[in-house]
Every structure is written in C-alpha cells, then in structure tokens.
Design a binder for this molecule. Structure first.
Ligand code: SF4
Length: 203
C-alpha cells in the first residue's frame, strides 16, 4: 500500500536547484540593469567590486582565479576599466617586474555604488522571516563549501573556510552559537559571512 500522506511530485532537490537557478537569473538581470554611469559589463562590475573589497592591490592572476574566469577575458575587462579610468596599476613590492591593480578615486566611488544592494533584491530578502533568513544563509554557505570542495566554484572568503571560525562554540540556546576569533565575538547563522575582508584560509 502506498503511503497516503506522501505527496507525489518531483524530488525536493530538483525543485531546489530550479529555484536557485531562478534566483541566479534575478541577480544577473539586476546586475545588467545596474550598469551605472560607466556602463560596466557584469565582469567589469565584478572586478571593481573585488578590488573594492580587497585590503591591498591584486595581481591580474589573482582576479582570474577568484572570479573563475580566463586570463584573456579578464585582461580585456581590465583594459576597458583602465580606459574608463576606474583602475590603475601599481608596482608589486614583491616582484619588481610585476604590476598589481588598484582602484582609482573614481573606481572607489563606483565600488561604493556597486556595494549598495538593489532595492528589488533588498525588498525580496526583507520579506524573509529572521529564522528563514538564518536557515537560508546556513544552507547557502553549506552548498558553497560543497561546490568549492568539488572545484565547481572559486574559493570564497567565507566563515566556513576561515581559520578564525569556531562553529558551535557557545550554547545553542543563545542564538549565537558560533565564534569569530578575529573579532573575538559570538555570532549566529544569520551573521555568517560569504565575503569577509578579514578572512584567512584554514591550512
Ligand atoms: S574573520 Fe570573517 S570570515 Fe573569518 S570567522 Fe570572522 S567573520 Fe567569519
């Protein structure tokens, strides 16, 4: 006898993947609409945002690796950003023959503009109940770590791969069970970070 409480239908995992694909589409469409005064392509916007988040100038190879792109594609985007006077080169103190990339003053202004979450996406996220937001963030970082382990996406500077992250260091009932040893403070699932400038990779 089939279990009558079972609802027939496609497996939840496939529905989750379809949902994630739709969300990715919404973010990409939003990025295209948000080209801004310098008509940035999505890759150019990613490079400006990456340099804006970085504490130090980056080598072009580091940008290629972080964005999981290719050297020629990033090279073309960097040339366009230099023409737009958003990015400049600085000498690499570790290698006299190498150069690193940094934002100009106009590039920093553009990075600040890009860091503002669009009203559409912010409004959608605001509709989530706090416990749903925390659960989605926990699920998202778990999926990201699995995909990173499978080399399907580039490594992110997130808590789960950070040497300062101590999971479940505090009683669960506090709502802030994890500990960040960098700031020496407890935090909960809703405060997990996926792009933290203070991240240092675990060995
Ligand atoms: S330093 Fe940043 S990434 Fe590392 S545990 Fe603290 S908040 Fe998370």
């Amino acid at each position: 006898m089939p279990d009558e409480t079972e609802v027939p239908g496609p497996p939840p995992a496939s529905q989750l993947l379809i949902g994630l694909a739709r969300l990715g589409q919404a973010v990409r469409m939003d990025a295209r609409r948000n080209a801004g005064p310098h008509t940035l392509s999505p890759l150019q916007a990613d490079i400006v945002a990456l340099l804006g988040d970085s504490r130090a100038p980056l080598r072009q190879g580091e940008i290629v690796e972080t964005l999981a792109s290719t050297a020629p594609t990033v090279s073309d985007a960097v040339k366009a950003l230099r023409r737009k006077e958003l990015v400049e080169t600085t000498p690499d103190p570790a290698d006299a023959r190498a150069l690193r990339l940094a934002l100009t003053a106009a590039g920093r202004t553009e990075a600040a503009r890009l860091s503002e979450v669009s009203r559409t996406l912010e409004g959608a996220v605001a509709a989530l109940a706090p416990e749903d937001l925390a659960a989605m963030l926990r699920g998202t970082v778990t999926l990201m770590r699995e995909l990173q382990d499978r080399r399907a996406i580039p490594i992110s500077r997130m808590c789960l791969t950070c040497r300062f992250f101590v999971p479940d260091a505090h009683p669960a009932g506090t709502g802030r069970p994890h500990h960040c040893a960098f700031v020496d403070a407890p935090f909960g699932d809703a405060e997990l970070r996926v792009a933290c400038p203070d991240h240092e990779a675990r060995d």
